[in-house]
Design a binder for this molecule. Structure first.
Ligand code: RIB
Length: 301
């Protein structure tokens, strides 16, 4: 890969989404609205976002030898992604069951399937790409030992390692020192730092705690409020665009993909976060994951 290339290693899912007035409580059945099926998965969403927004992107993931896997690969090729690192597994392709309420909030259950089969041996097999990329973008929907191995390999080779720690799960503390840029939301930051996070001041404290654990820089995504950049000195807050959200699925993924594109173009983190906020503001105005990710020409910056 070229040294301004973006390598995304992560999950690929097929999302099955139903709109509903209110999310069901445990034990409750609710009648929903329209059903849609589309390409998703945090890894795939971030790769597609980076590609649509102007990056040179290679995507490494594992999908099943089934119709969902076939469709996903066809879709990634159509997007122009380098899919030479997509691996077929004996396990079924990942599926996500998503409910979205009238306030655009969602609730997601993922059947990981093949995503859970991305092994350390698979990471070793793509060492050449990992060691030669400019930016490695990771999430937590694939096995943690593989995430760890890829992060260490890329960091030691001089790449910028970006981790979107979603969904939050226990991580080895040693991983943090290989993360150059950590992009959690408020809940994830609170989980990993062990501190409450509900406003800018508490996010700054929690970000400093993560830096003490070894993380380089942080961008804390704060939903409809905006994003907080913590580089070590005084933090900088980038406000979100005020829009009418219909579905927040993949908003964080769009932010991460967009951010990596801007960083690969040499932009400062502040400029990159402005670009990423503009992109994710477009994503929340449409239903679905990859269905809603914008193209570069849609961003007026
Ligand atoms: O971040 C949104 C994604 O989370 C969805 O596309 C779904 O597949 C789950 O992985």
């Amino acid at each position: 890969m070229s040294n301004n290339g973006i390598l995304v290693i992560g999950s690929s899912n097929t999302d099955m989404t139903v709109k509903t007035k209110a999310l069901p409580r445990p034990g409750e059945t609710v009648l929903g609205g329209v059903f849609t099926m589309g390409a998703g998965g945090k890894g795939a969403n971030q790769a597609v976002a980076a590609q649509r927004l102007g990056g040179k992107v290679k995507f490494i993931c594992k999908v099943g030898k089934d119709i969902f896997g076939d469709n996903s690969i066809a879709q990634y090729k159509k997007e122009g992604l380098d899919t030479s690192g997509v691996i077929r597994s004996e396990l079924p392709s990942g599926v996500a069951l998503i409910s979205v309420d009238e306030h655009a909030e969602n609730c997601i259950v993922v059947a990981s399937g093949a995503n859970g089969d991305l092994t350390e041996a698979d990471i070793d097999a793509c060492a050449k790409d990992i060691k030669s990329c400019g930016i490695l973008l990771l999430q937590l929907e694939t096995p943690i030992p593989s995430v760890f191995k890829a992060a260490k390999m890329a960091h030691e080779a001089g790449a910028t390692v970006v981790l979107n720690p979603a969904p939050a799960c226990p991580l080895p503390e040693e991983l943090f020192k290989y993360i150059d840029l950590f992009i959690p939301n408020e809940t994830e930051l609170s989980t990993f730092s062990g501190l409450p996070v509900d406003d800018v001041a508490s996010a700054e404290k929690a970000a400093a705690a993560m830096q003490a654990k070894g993380v380089g820089k942080l961008i804390v995504t704060m939903g409809s409020k905006g994003a907080l950049i913590c580089e070590g000195g005084p933090s900088v807050f980038v406000p979100a665009h005020k829009v009418k959200a219909v579905d927040t699925t993949a908003a964080g993924d769009t932010f991460c993909g967009a951010l990596c594109v801007a960083v690969s173009e040499g932009k400062s983190l502040q400029e990159a976060a402005k670009f990423a906020c503009a992109a994710s503001a477009l994503t929340v105005q449409k239903i679905g994951a990859q269905n809603s990710i914008p193209f570069r020409k849609e961003i007026n910056l």
